[in-house]
Design a protein around this ligand. Structure first.
Ligand code: ZN
Length: 560
């Protein structure tokens, strides 16, 4: 039998859904109506590339929060939403949600010094270590703070794992390993998939919890998931949400040291890094004081800026359900103008995330031509590169009640290398949104696949995570890896090359080999998923046992 035609496949798909409807088990997500073709037809490569060219252009200066690049980016997004005839997304009548940020920049190139008795070792700024403070203060320092190796620094009762063993770490500087302990026992820590315990943000949160003066993570490319060059980007201005008490309760100095410096430090302490690292991967591990102290003074310039989330709304076509919202999100920000690499200092962020932001505008145009019963909020968030700050702010100050928010669909990097047979879903298995997605994918002869790089912790590395944390079912798709007409390794090879050469570098620019037809396929799929979620009677839910389900139940209960 030849490959079935699209019309037949669609009929088959709907038939499957109806049949599934008849005998679907309780947790199977309901499927909604069909997307008017006028909507899908509005999604094309020309429209998508036109937006990407503007957003990734040097004139937007790498779209840093609190910069002229922000002003130009926000003006562009607002003008596009207005031109599409979408309503202001902020109930105050504007397209803007102000996000109060504090920007902290370390001055000069301070050296960090390790001392033991009469011997000392100076670490060079940027080459041997990077550091910053989240303290809103002109000075932050470590003053002969005792260095303590705490392994992975994880306290995970559900995995019977405790690296701290009750140690008093107040005032100390913690030396930590990134990612989860690499255990053969996949029941613990989710096997290859990085859990939140492996994420660098968790490591600094542990420092805050234990009142440590400093936290230094040892950078290793494989467990970190990117080269040290990416970490060096953190010597530029660092932003944080203005939450004074939280800012000040964090460790004064947070940073990374290179693997070579870590090995030299352990040798200085009379210890062997590899031996202690192996020990850290056992449940018996306990903190080891290195008998060496750390000293550094960071002199900071501070500024507060109101960065901006840009929001536009398409009111639902059904008055009875227009008060319920689906949120499409994408971060518009990137790193701005910074340390030059190969003579280029503008961090254009073409893939990351001019593509996703352009996708948001293209979907806005498409939905305008095919408005579903529920309302859709198109949300371009700021400061994702600074720690998912724009979406974190939205989650605590939502423009529409979270209990009226059906779901979030996030875009961060669209496929620029051609059509694929599959679509990667980060966190596949978390919610019933996957059912809507897999049905929609099947209709166009595609399949969903789990994240091919679960050890990299992508679930924690984009804005959907903040929606998930407040219980809103969130869907985050990445490019497929099974490229049509390419050999099986092609997809992963392109990914690895991107991470090594372009990720968070000025070289993340539009390339001659970009083919956006794959991204157009993906956007049509994301539209179909969203259209059905904005139509279906019963709201898609988190799977039973999912870590975010409780937050959802609580927010829905609180709204009743
Ligand atoms: Zn991004």
């Amino acid at each position: 039998m030849t490959a079935p035609s699209t019309g037949f496949r669609r009929a088959l798909g709907i038939l499957t859904i109806i049949l599934a409807g008849a005998c679907r088990p309780a947790e199977q997500a309901p499927a909604g109506g069909d997307v008017p073709s006028a909507g899908l037809a509005a999604i094309d490569t020309a429209g998508l590339m036109a937006h990407i060219r503007v957003l990734a252009h040097d004139s937007l200066l790498g779209r840093a929060p609190g910069s002229l690049g922000e002003d130009r980016t926000v003006a562009y997004l607002e003008s596009q939403f207005r031109a599409l005839g979408l309503a202001p997304g902020n109930p105050d009548g504007s397209y803007i949600q102000k996000v109060p940020l504090v920007g902290i920049t370390v001055q000069g190139a301070p050296a960090m010094t390790f001392r033991k008795g009469g011997t000392s070792r100076a670490l060079t700024w940027r080459d041997d270590y990077v550091a910053w403070t989240k303290h809103v203060a002109e000075r932050a320092s470590l003053d002969n703070s005792e260095l303590v190796f705490v392994g992975y620094g994880v306290e995970a009762p559900e995995f019977q794992w405790d690296d701290i063993k009750g140690a008093d770490l107040a005032g100390k500087t913690l030396v930590m390993l990134v990612n989860d302990p690499p255990l053969a026992d996949t029941a613990r820590f989710g096997g290859a998939r990085m859990t939140y315990y492996g994420r660098w943000t968790y490591k600094y949160e542990q420092g805050m919890k234990h009142k440590a003066a400093g936290v230094l993570i040892v950078h290793e490319t494989q467990p970190a998931g990117y080269p040290f060059a990416v970490v060096q980007g953190k010597t530029a201005e660092q932003f944080d949400l203005v939450t004074p008490d939280k800012n000040m309760s964090r460790s004064a100095v947070e940073g990374w040291i290179t693997l070579d410096q870590a090995k030299a430090l352990f040798a200085m302490a009379g210890q062997d890094f590899d031996a202690l690292k192996a020990k850290a991967a056992t449940p018996e591990f306990a903190p080891v004081s290195l008998g060496v102290t750390a000293s550094v003074t960071l002199t900071n310039t501070l500024r507060t800026v109101d960065s901006r989330n840009v929001a536009a709304v398409l009111p639902g076509s059904d008055p009875a359900r227009a008060g319920e919202y689906l949120i499409y999100s994408a971060h518009w920000d990137h790193f701005g103008v910074g340390e030059p690499v190969n003579g280029d200092s503008i961090y254009n962020g073409a893939l990351d995330n001019a593509t996703g932001t352009a996708g948001l505008l293209v979907l806005a145009k498409a939905f305008k031509a095919a408005p579903p019963p529920r309302s859709i909020l198109f949300l371009a968030v700021t400061a994702e590169e600074q720690g998912l700050l724009g979406s974190a702010y939205y989650a605590v100050a939502p423009l529409y009640p979270l209990a009226k928010t059906v779901a979030n669909i996030n875009m961060d990097g669209l496929n620029q290398w051609g059509p694929t047979r599959d679509l990667t879903v980060i966190g596949l298995g978390a919610s019933e949104l996957d059912d809507v997605a897999s049905a929609a994918a099947a209709e166009v002869g595609r399949t969903l696949r789990p994240d091919p790089e679960p050890e990299k912790g992508y679930y924690y590395r984009s804005d959907h995570f903040n929606f998930a944390k407040v219980g809103v079912p969130a869907f985050y798709a990445g490019d497929g890896v099974d490229y049509i007409g390419k050999d099986p390794q092609y997809g992963m090879q392109k990914r690895e090359a991107y991470v090594a050469d372009d990720y968070h570098k000025p070289q993340d620019e539009i390339k001659p080999d970009w083919i956006m037809t794959g991204a157009v396929d993906d956007l049509k799929l994301l539209m179909t998923i969203g259209y059905r979620v904005a139509t279906v009677a019963r709201w898609p839910e988190w799977r039973p046992g999912n870590e975010f389900r409780a937050a959802r139940e609580a927010s829905l209960a609180a709204s009743r």
